[in-house]
Write a new protein. Structure first.
Length: 205
């Protein structure tokens, strides 16, 4: 499960105590709501389904897959379907390749989503073995589904924009700058990431 409201509050209070700009932003915007996804294969499959399409399109494809495969969407069931069947559900050839990579690794036990490495970088390396799951997708999974407290997706455009807004920077920082800015926010960078999305989506400061 993702970071709870209490964990977000604790993390943000700790960061605000050492970062005046964050304290001002927190006083203005309030604490962010939790962002939580279920742990496991279905969440990563849904990530693949949602890549580069609208929320509505992803929901439509997901509904068709559930009708075809059942609510559990067992990896073996997806692997047993042919190209045309999955194409009729809305999965492109590329996404079918990604989905099959995920299902094969899970079915063979080569990626164990219930026992990922405790070290964040090792867990990211494990997840990015799956075709279509890059660093950003792996970080989002570890933050939303596992609630790892120090995940910092510095390459996320909304995180970069949120950091720029919070710190009052004249331009949006790049990934390197965004990573450097948050070095002093350890070990609560996950809460900071969720707060930057909160700022980006809901609060002008």
């Amino acid at each position: 499960m993702g970071l709870s409201a209490e964990q977000l509050r604790t993390g943000m209070d700790a960061i605000a105590s050492r970062e005046p700009a964050m304290a001002r932003a927190l006083a203005h915007a309030g604490y962010p709501p939790p962002r939580i996804s279920p742990r496991g294969y279905r969440t990563l499959l849904r990530t693949i389904v949602g890549q580069q399409v609208s929320v509505a399109s992803a929901a439509s494809v997901w509904a068709k897959l559930e009708l075809e495969l059942g609510a559990e969407m067992n990896p073996d069931d997806l692997l047993s379907r042919d190209y045309d069947t999955l194409r009729a559900c809305g999965l492109s050839r590329q996404k079918q390749g990604y989905a099959r990579s995920l299902c094969e690794l899970v079915a063979r036990g080569e990626v164990d989503l219930e026992h990922l490495p405790a070290d964040d970088e090792a867990a990211i390396a494990e997840l990015t073995r799956i075709k279509g799951i890059g660093r950003w997708s792996a970080e989002i999974y570890l933050l939303f589904a596992e609630g790892r407290p120090d995940i910092w997706p510095a390459g996320d455009l909304a995180v970069m924009a949120g950091v720029g807004r919070i710190l009052g920077l004249p331009e949006r920082p790049d990934e390197k700058q965004t990573r450097a800015v948050a070095a002093d926010w350890r070990p609560w960078r996950g809460a900071a990431a969720i707060f930057t999305w909160h700022i980006y989506n809901t609060a002008a400061i």
